[in-house]
Design a binder for this molecule. Structure first.
Ligand SMILES: C[S@@+](CC[C@H](N)C(=O)[O-])C[C@H]1O[C@@H](n2cnc3c(N)ncnc32)[C@H](O)[C@@H]1O
Length: 272
């Protein structure tokens, strides 16, 4: 009987440890809490990755995830730090990451084919409107890089990029190569899903073009390339996660890049 009870207790303990939760790095400016009101169809679910942080999706389009809570805070803080700069975002889906950046007051141009009459693009416009950002963010329907060629031809350049578009094959590499071409001398490129080998190939390519590169340890991992006067932020990864082990076991291609943060002792869990 004692052994059965012990087994049940350890199963319950393991389940508790794997229950997904929200985390964000200490020393980050919190996201405005009203952001959740701009996304009435938001749903939190089990993580898409090995990290037990909650993932976020739109209930109507559950197949594609958004930045999670930790990543949203990190990118909001990038926006705050560089709010006087211009950002090109590749891939908005229903607009969560776009609103995150928009709330920081950085000047956003966003390109995505869903903005060309698809329901996800309409959802994005609706959330931007609820956030009071519809007029201040430039929406470019279509695929990167073709859809921004007109702007580039007129001399437009950006100093911050967020690449979260097509994740298949060599698409992240092609996106990185195009961003490299249209980046200001002082620039920073953020790549979502550095847990994917092809995203790390894109980051390694940027490193060969003399960009400095590193990775933020978040649920999906965020790659960063920077040059000139722009610098990455310091993000403290969730100390409850054994990052080195996880990367060695599941994402060995990430180990070639330095971690842009250090393990801290403070843990912050909260929910929206
Ligand atoms: C993972 S979702 C973006 C999620 C969003 N960044 C967030 O965190 O809220 C990827 C998006 O990239 C878009 N996409 C795919 N290929 C693209 C391309 N070539 N140019 C721009 N957007 C693209 C898709 O339509 C989709 O909306």
């Amino acid at each position: 009987m004692k052994r059965v009870l012990k087994a049940i207790t350890s199963i319950m303990e393991a389940a508790r440890r794997h229950r997904p939760y929200d985390y964000y790095s200490p020393h980050m400016q919190p996201l405005p809490s009203a952001i959740v009101e701009y996304f009435p169809h938001m749903e939190k679910r089990k993580s898409f990755s090995w990290v037990p942080h909650k993932a976020m999706v739109d209930k109507r389009f559950k197949n594609v995830g958004w930045l999670n809570w930790d990543e949203s805070h990190l990118l909001y803080n990038y926006g705050l730090r560089y709010s006087h700069k211009k950002l090109l975002e590749i891939g908005c889906w229903v607009g969560w990451s776009t609103v995150v950046f928009g709330l920081s007051k950085i000047k956003v141009t966003v390109v995505d084919p869903v903005l060309d009459g698809m329901p996800q693009g309409e959802a994005c416009r609706d959330s931007l409107s609820r956030a009071g950002l519809l007029e201040s963010i430039r929406l470019v329907p279509g695929c990167f890089p073709a859809a921004v060629q007109g702007l580039v031809a007129k001399g437009e350049r950006w100093s911050m990029f967020f690449i979260d578009g097509d994740h298949e094959g060599d698409a992240p590499l092609r996106d990185a190569q195009q961003c490299h071409k249209i980046a200001e001398p002082d620039s920073i490129i953020l790549l979502h899903d550095a847990c994917q080998a092809n995203t790390c190939e894109a980051l390694a390519w940027l490193e060969r073009q003399s960009w400095q590169c590193g990775v933020h340890y978040t649920s999906q991992l965020i790659g960063v390339a920077w040059r000139g006067s722009m610098q990455p932020l310091t993000h403290i990864p969730d100390p409850k996660v054994h990052w080195k082990k996880m990367i060695a076991e599941h994402w060995p291609w990430v180990a070639q890049f330095r971690s842009l943060g250090s393990l801290g002792t403070e843990v912050r869990r909260d929910s929206c």
